[in-house]
Design a protein around this ligand. Structure first.
Ligand code: ADP
Ligand code: MG
Length: 311
């Protein structure tokens, strides 16, 4: 228990419906344990439930049922301590347009009860690259600068756990680099536990040592990134035969065949287990002549499919 920065048990969230919309079950019994010191990626397509989960951690959305512990503090039993342990950079760019970055940080620090002498306002502004804009109205800030400010606000109380909800969706390369540099440094130098959500597989692969994939409000898999990437070696070889195949080829073990509507044959295999040549020679042995060959790389969608159907 004490090993984990976050423990989530059977977490459910149903958003109430409206006159025009039925109720939405956004989280369906999520279990998750995130160890202290991890850089953890919560990966999933739009609508999967990532922000709902993050916002429950942040105390911005009220859960329907389940248990959430942050840094060993149960959210329901010790709301103050659990809130103090976590800082969240939300996905939405909502902020008070008439506050300068400096004022925003001071207000935020006040909300978290950080005493004046312990505040690091200037240091944080410097870190996120907002020193020059420190006294400008937030409404004059560009989108990128607003994001920097959101990150700065998440840091005022020096949280053990820093959560970033889609921090790089639609941001420029410079800001992305600033984010990753800061996140890595905080993790390395202060041992800050980092949780980030993204729908970019590559980003999660590059940044995170552990990943959970969430889809339709359920965690499909949680594993170390390296192990997960190993599972993601599903590939598809698509061939167009010269003539409709009479008999089925005798395929290497672990390879499955799918007949497509356009007459193509798709072979699903694992790159690490079967060389594509073995499939081609099985076709040739079955007398199937090939007009065209293509491969399909797995994307997140395939990974979901592979994981949910056990392939
Ligand atoms: P993600 O961040 O992974 O894109 P969200 O957590 O934002 O997913 O959304 C999960 C599901 O819950 C989606 O179907 C979304 O439309 C729905 N949802 C999110 N917020 C609300 C809300 N305030 N009211 C009703 N439904 C919502
Ligand atoms: Mg989201």
């Amino acid at each position: 228990m004490a090993e984990n920065a976050i423990e989530i048990r059977n977490l459910c969230k149903t958003y109430a419906g409206t006159a025009s919309q039925p109720p939405k079950q956004a989280l369906k019994g999520v279990n998750l344990a995130i160890r202290k010191g991890a850089i953890f990626g919560l990966l999933g397509p739009n609508g999967a439930g990532k922000s709902t989960l993050i916002n429950i951690l942040a105390g911005l959305v009220i859960k329907t049922s389940g248990r959430v512990c942050i840094w060993g503090f149960d959210q329901d039993v010790n709301p103050r301590q659990s809130r103090a342990a976590i800082g969240v950079m939300p996905q939405e760019l909502n902020m008070d347009p008439f506050f300068s970055p400096r004022a925003s940080l001071e207000v935020q620090a006040g909300l978290y009860g950080v005493p004046k002498r312990e505040r690091r306002t200037d240091e944080i502004l410097e870190m996120v690259g907002l020193t020059e804009q420190a006294n400008a109205y937030a409404r004059h800030l560009s989108g990128g600068m607003r994001r920097r400010l959101l990150l700065a606000k998440a840091l005022v109380h020096d949280p053990h756990v820093l959560v970033l909800d889609e921090p790089t969706a639609g941001v420029d390369i410079e800001l992305r680099q600033m984010l990753w540099d800061n996140v890595r440094r905080m993790n390395r130098e202060h041992g800050t536990t980092i949780i980030l959500t993204t729908h970019y597989l590559e980003e999660a692969e590059e940044m995170c040592d552990e990943i959970a994939i969430i889809n339709h409000g359920e965690v499909v898999v949680q594993d170390e990134t390296r192990a997960l990437v190993g599972r993601m070696d599903a590939k598809t070889l698509v061939i167009q035969p010269e003539a409709p195949a009479a008999s089925a080829p005798d395929l290497p073990p672990g390879v499955s065949m799918e007949r497509r509507e356009d007459g193509a044959l798709a072979f699903h295999y694992r790159r690490t287990e079967t060389p594509a040549e073995d499939i081609l020679s099985a076709l040739s042995a079955a007398g199937i002549r090939i007009r065209d060959v293509a491969t399909e790389e797995p994307d997140l969608e395939d990974v979901f499919l592979a994981l949910t159907t056990g392939r």
